[in-house]
Design a protein around this ligand. Structure first.
Ligand code: FAD
Length: 380
C-alpha cells in the first residue's frame, strides 16, 4: 500500500522546504494540512488587493547568504526594512529600536556622547537603588540595563500587556541585554538581508510545493492509520503533545488575537508597524499590511488600506498556539515528549520512521530563516 516516500504533516514553511528538497531528490511526497490553505502561519489572505498576514506580521530576515539565495530563487524578495515606531503613554512617537533618533525624541540629545552620558546617569540611579544586590525581577533588570525614562515610556506597560503579568512578577532573565545604538539607524534587524516576497508569502510556499500532491482540510489524527500506511516515513510538523495524545499533559503557549478591518483611506498610519506601549490602549500593535509591499507614492495606488490590531492573550486549546512558554514546567514536559520520539517504530531501512520538525513539533519559537535552515539540515 506504500505509495509515497514521505507523508508531510503540515504545509507550513518547514513542511514546504522539506517537500521541495525531497522532490528534488526524486522522492514521492504527500503533503497534508488541517487548514484550508497551505503556508502555515506565513499564509496571507488577499483583502482589497492587499496581502494580509493572517497569522501575524512576518518579515523575513537573515545574515545567512545561502538561506537568502535559497528563498530568492523561489521568488524575489522586496526591499522592505522593518522600522517600527512606538506610541508611548505620553502620547509621543518614538523610533525603535533604541537609537539616536529615540534619544533625541526622549531627551533632545544630539550627539552619541550626550546620549551615552544620559544613559549612564539613568543606569547609575538604578544600580544605586539596588544597594549592592542583584536585580530580582524584570523591572529591576531593565532599569539597570536602560534606565527609568526608556523603561517607563517604552518597555514597562508594553511588556505587561504582552505577558499578562506585572514586570515585577516576571523573572529578570527574560531580558539579558537591551541593545542601544548610538547611531541614527531605525532598522530593527541587524541582519544583512531582510524583505518580503514580491507578491506575498503565498508565492514562496506555492513555489516550494510546486508539483507536490497536497490534501487540505485533512487532519492527520482523523485518518492516522490510513495515512501512515501510505508512506515509508512521516514528517510531522504539528504540536508534539498532540502526537502523543497529550499523555504527559498539555504544553502551554501565549497567543495573539487579531482584529482586522478595511479602512476607506489610502494611508492610515504611514508605517507597517506601530507599537502602543501604554496600558490604556488594550492592543499591543497596529499592523498596516500594505506597507510591507508598497513604498513611496505607490501606497496611494490603492484607495483603501487594511489594518490589524494585535491583542496579546492567554492561550486556551481552542486558540492558535503562537509563542511557547519558556518555563520549567513546559521545558520538562517538552523533554518528556522528545524522549518518547526515541522509542517510536523504525522505517523499513532501520532509520527513524518519524521526523519531527518546525516550531510546533520542537516546541520552540523559530524565525522563518532558521526554519528553512532546519528543514534543509534534514538532508545533510
Ligand atoms: P507552521 O507555520 O505553524 O506550520 C505548521 C502547519 O502544520 C500548519 O499549517 C498546521 O495547520 C499544520 N498542522 C498542525 N497539526 C496538524 C495536523 N494534525 N494535521 C495536519 N496538519 C497539521 N518569523 C520571522 O522570521 N519573522 C517574523 O516577522 C515572524 N513573525 C511571527 C509572528 C507571529 C505572531 C508568530 C507566531 C511567528 C512569527 N514568525 C516570524 C515565525 C514563523 O511564523 C515561523 O518560523 C514559521 O511559521 C514556522 O513554520 P512551521 O512550518 O514550523 O510552522
Amino acid at each position: 500500500m506504500i505509495k509515497y516516500d514521505y507523508l508531510i504533516v503540515g504545509a507550513g514553511l518547514f513542511g514546504a522546504v522539506f517537500g521541495r528538497e525531497a522532490m528534488r531528490r526524486g522522492k514521492r511526497c504527500l503533503v497534508i494540512d488541517r487548514r484550508d490553505h497551505i503556508g502555515g502561519n506565513v499564509y496571507c489572505e488577499n483583502v482589497e488587493g492587499i496581502n494580509v498576514h493572517k497569522y501575524g506580521a512576518h518579515i523575513f530576515h537573515t545574515s545567512d547568504k545561502m538561506i537568502w539565495d535559497y528563498v530568492n530563487e523561489i521568488v524575489p524578495f522586496n526591499r522592505y526594512t522593518n522600522c517600527p515606531v512606538a506610541q508611548a503613554p505620553d502620547g509621543k512617537l518614538y523610533n525603535l529600536p533604541f537609537n539616536m533618533n529615540t534619544f533625541y525624541q526622549m531627551w533632545g540629545v544630539k550627539t552619541p556622547a550626550e546620549a551615552e552620558a544620559k544613559l549612564e546617569e539613568q543606569r547609575r540611579e538604578a544600580v544605586e537603588a539596588l544597594d549592592g544586590r542583584e536585580p530580582r525581577n524584570l523591572e529591576e533588570q531593565a532599569l539597570v540595563l536602560i534606565g527609568r525614562d526608556i523603561y517607563d515610556r517604552l518597555i514597562k506597560e508594553y511588556t505587561e500587556k504582552q505577558w499578562g503579568r506585572k514586570c515585577t512578577e516576571l523573572p529578570a532573565d527574560i531580558i539579558r541585554r537591551l541593545p542601544v545604538r548610538l547611531v541614527y539607524d531605525n532598522n530593527y534587524f541587524n541582519d544583512a538581508y531582510q524583505g518580503i516576497p514580491v507578491g506575498g508569502y503565498n508565492r514562496l510556499i506555492e513555489g516550494l510545493l510546486e508539483g507536490a500532491e497536497i490534501r487540505l482540510n485533512c487532519d492527520f489524527f482523523d485518518h492516522r492509520d490510513e495515512l501512515e500506511a501510505l508512506a515509508d516515513k512521516i514528517v510531522y510538523t504539528g504540536p508534539i503533545d498532540r502526537f502523543f495524545d497529550f499523555r504527559g499533559g498539555r504544553l502551554q503557549y501565549r497567543t495573539v488575537r487579531f482584529e482586522t478591518e478595511v479602512i476607506d483611506e489610502p494611508n492610515f498610519q504611514g508605517n507597517a508597524v506601530v507599537n502602543y506601549t501604554s496600558r490604556e490602549v488594550p492592543f499591543t500593535r497596529i499592523i498596516e499590511h500594505k506597507h510591507f509591499e508598497s513604498f513611496g507614492a505607490a501606497v496611494y495606488d490603492n484607495p483603501r488600506t487594511v489594518v490589524s490590531k494585535e491583542y496579546s492573550m492567554e492561550w486556551t486549546p481552542d486558540l492558535e498556539p503562537y509563542y511557547p512558554i519558556n518555563d520549567e514546567r513546559n521545558a520538562r514536559l517538552y523533554e518528556s515528549y522528545r524522549e518518547m520520539t526515541e522509542s517510536l517504530p523504525k522505517a523499513g531501512d532501520g532509520t527513524s520512521k518519524y521526523i519531527f520538525g518546525g516550531r510546533l513539533a520542537d516546541y520552540k519559537y523559530y524565525d522563518m530563516a532558521p526554519t528553512v535552515a532546519a528543514a534543509l539540515n534534514c538532508f545533510k
